[in-house]
Design a protein around this ligand. Structure first.
Ligand code: ADP
Ligand code: ZN
Ligand code: ZN
Length: 687
């Protein structure tokens, strides 16, 4: 075979296409997938050889490849073609996508030093539990030997999905293949990791964002050099080139954190399905509340639907009661009238904080007397304590984002988006006379009130302020497991995947948050969060756990279907609405966002974009079916000092959507300096 003359190299730079290089004058000639060092402008950079060209079509003056980069393993197909697909589908520069397939440190560590704090602790092996009837049935229907198939495992909370994953992985290893488990970052708790290491011991590797670059690099090589057989990780673990991969398992497949919201805006679930398809192995998506996209595909028969409707060991799903906070308030007022006449009979509940209903209070009391644990969840998004002027209504906003500041520790005002913070001043800076006071509630307030109501109880709070690092989360989980905590207070962040034997009571303090977010997935997300939080209760007790959902909207479908444990009813109803409004899964979306530090310039450019879209559409009849909404100011108009306008494109066909967006993204000459255009394919975060 004659050696090719020109090499196509995906260089580590924001370029749409690979560049051409000449054969290195000394050393071996590279093959497809080899990492190379190449000159780019005045510097040297890394790149991956994608292929060869017979002609130098542009007649450019070409440079030579300097050498093969032996620090990095050769990327093989189909993994390499999958990386090319990612670049093409998400419209992200090919060389930058390639970089993601390598560990943070270039030098591989030769000797692993023994460390005090290893990435994976050692646990004694656990014995295998007898499978439940449903677990057995599901396992009979998944064959790890088969070619590509997407299995959607819909199992209620506590139905034992993890045990199904463990058995599948065990089979995969026995076949001499490897397994990848992706979970949302936050559920990568010691609880989950412990379960896997107890079963597979030293066969596990772990990748998540709290590891140091050195630890990541070590874990990465242990898989690539086949010292380990199972990789557990957050979404980016998908980019580890695992030799002989035989199965991917995605737990909590509905989680929006599988979508990356910057750079390469990929969805790890969707990307994993494509990898499984290209490499021909099965993939399992597990959830108690599948995304409507996955559910619809299962209904159409494109995914294989498997269901587990019962909790393990005859444990029942919790009893869920809805408490109408509006009625609760009316009742309190009546009590007030009564107590006016009989102040000596003032009931204890009279002194309850406004957010605590009598039922919730009494159940909490009961659980504590029975030496059981309770958890109170507050889905805090947009519901933290604000600082408001009582005379003019002025609300302190972040100077960099169009977002109200949130009160912390009663004295700091913090922006939850960019971390800006300032001291709370008591005097209003707008009317100069009014007094600034806190309004609304947050987990801090819950904790304060609870400590007053139950002075003898041991209370812990878990939210992004309290729990900033992994160690703190691990310590908290340990304390709850060891029953050193009686009442756990937290945001939904901690509700994910936790499994506490003593937890029998769950209170969702105010379920309404999120119902009215300007996002077509608001209802779906609320349903998922409510079901997840409720699912923490009574996972191990023989008497069913109790869940109280406090709300101002007791008839909201996200609440009523949660109470009935009726996922499919919810999905059916929600899909009808999606169909009517033509939203996914009935169409594909692309979000085009313009952003810059100048409000007017951003808006003008967004309008210009629209006219360009219209022009492209009239010139190409293939795009006739495309529709768009906007341009409109983003729900958060200003974020980190940038004004944002967006345009949402809807297309019945993913292919058309891509070619359409491609026309725009790689021809940006018309965009004024300082304005940035972002394209998000299959967007999740549209705020
Ligand atoms: P899910 O992920 O479906 O919510 P888990 O996998 O966390 O449920 O299982 C819930 C609990 O049931 C866990 O404590 C797990 O150890 C236990 N479990 C799972 N399968 C079995 C089984 N076959 N027999 C007994 N206990 C089981
Ligand atoms: Zn004021
Ligand atoms: Zn901010």
């Amino acid at each position: 075979m004659k050696t090719p003359s020109f090499y196509k190299v995906a260089v580590n730079a924001p370029l749409a296409e690979p560049l051409l290089y000449l054969l290195p004058s000394k050393g071996d000639s590279p093959k497809r997938g080899d990492s190379v060092i190449v000159p780019l402008g005045s510097r040297n950079t890394t790149g991956v050889v994608l292929g060869f060209a017979d002609t130098n079509a542009g007649n450019y003056l070409l440079k030579e490849i300097i050498q093969i980069n032996k620090e990095r393993p050769r990327l093989k197909d189909p993994f390499l073609s999958w990386l090319e697909w990612l670049s093409e589908y998400y419209l992200h520069p090919i060389g930058l996508v390639m970089e993601m397939a390598f560990p943070p440190k270039s030098h591989r560590k030769r000797k692993i030093k023994s460390k005090k704090n290893p990435v994976l602790k050692e646990y004694s092996k656990s014995s295998l539990p007898d499978l439940t009837f449903e677990q057995n049935q599901v396992l009979e229907q998944i064959s790890v030997q088969e070619q590509f198939k997407v299995h959607l495992l819909h199992g209620v909370t506590g139905s034992g999905k993890s045990e199904v994953y463990l058995r599948l992985l065990d089979e995969t290893i026995k076949q001499g293949k490897k397994g990848l488990v992706l979970v949302p970052e936050i559920s990568l708790t010691p609880q989950l990791v412990e379960r896997f290491t107890r079963r597979f011991g030293s066969a596990c590797a772990l990748l998540h964002s709290h590891l140091t670059p050195m630890e990541k690099t070590e874990q990465w090589w242990s898989i690539v050099e086949e010292k380990k057989q199972i990789l557990i990780g957050a979404r980016s673990a998908l980019f580890c080139p695992i030799p002989n991969l035989g199965i991917i398992i995605i737990d909590e497949e509905h989680e929006s954190s599988f979508k990356q919201d910057s750079q390469l805006r990929y969805h790890a679930r969707d990307a994993a399905i494509m990898l499984a398809k290209m490499a021909q192995f099965p993939i399992v998506l597990g959830s108690a509340t599948p995304s409507l996209e996955s559910w619809a595909r299962a209904q159409e028969g494109r995914y294989h639907l498997l269901q587990m409707k019962e909790r393990v060991a005859n444990r029942s799903l919790p009893n869920i009661s809805v408490i109408d906070l509006r009625a609760e308030r009316r009742k309190n007022r009546e009590d007030e009238v009564e107590s006016h006449f009989a102040p000596q009979r003032l009931p204890l509940e009279k002194s309850l904080p406004f957010w605590m209903s009598k039922q919730l209070y009494h159940s909490l009391l009961k659980a504590l007397s029975a030496k059981e644990q309770g958890a109170l969840f507050l889905n805090r998004r947009g519901l933290a304590q604000l600082a408001l002027c009582r005379s003019c209504g002025f609300k302190k906003e972040c100077p960099h984002c169009a977002i109200s500041l949130t009160l912390h520790h009663g004295k700091h005002l913090v922006c939850h988006y960019c971390d800006y913070n300032e001291q709370l001043s008591t005097q209003c800076s707008s009317c100069l006379s009014g007094e600034i006071q806190p309004l609304g509630m947050g987990t801090e307030l819950l904790e304060k009130d609870i400590k007053q109501l139950f002075p003898q109880a041991r209370v812990a709070r878990a939210d992004r302020d309290e729990i900033t690092g992994r160690e703190e989360l691990e310590e908290l989980i340990r304390k709850v497991e060891q029953r050193e905590i009686d009442i756990l207070i937290g945001t939904q962040m901690i509700a994910k995947g936790l499994d506490f034997p003593g937890l029998t009571l769950v209170g969702l303090v105010m379920a309404d948050v999120g119902f009215s977010l300007p996002d077509f997935r608001a209802g779906e997300r609320s349903f998922q969060i409510l079901t997840q939080m409720a699912g923490r209760a009574g996972r191990h007790s023989l008497h069913p756990g109790a869940v109280f959902i406090q709300t101002y909207n007791p008839n909201h479908p996200s609440i009523t279907f949660t109470c009935d444990h009726d996922y499919s009813g919810f999905a059916e109803k929600e899909l009808e609405i999606r169909k009517e409004l033509n939203y996914p899964p009935f169409c594909r979306l692309a979000l085009l966002r313009m952003q810059s530090s100048q409000l007017q310039q951003t808006e003008m450019t967004a309008k210009k974009l629209k006219s360009i879209l219209e022009l492209i559409q009239t010139q190409h009849p293939t795009f006739a079916a495309l529709e768009w909404l906007g341009p409109a100011p983003a729900p958060i108009l200003k974020l980190r000092n940038k004004y944002r306008f967006q345009l949402l494109i809807k297309s019945p066909d993913p292919g058309h959507l891509k070619t359409f967006c491609k026309q725009i993204i790689y021809n940006k000459k018309w965009i004024p300096r300082g304005v940035e255009l972002i394209i998000d394919i299959d967007p999740i975060n549209m705020i």
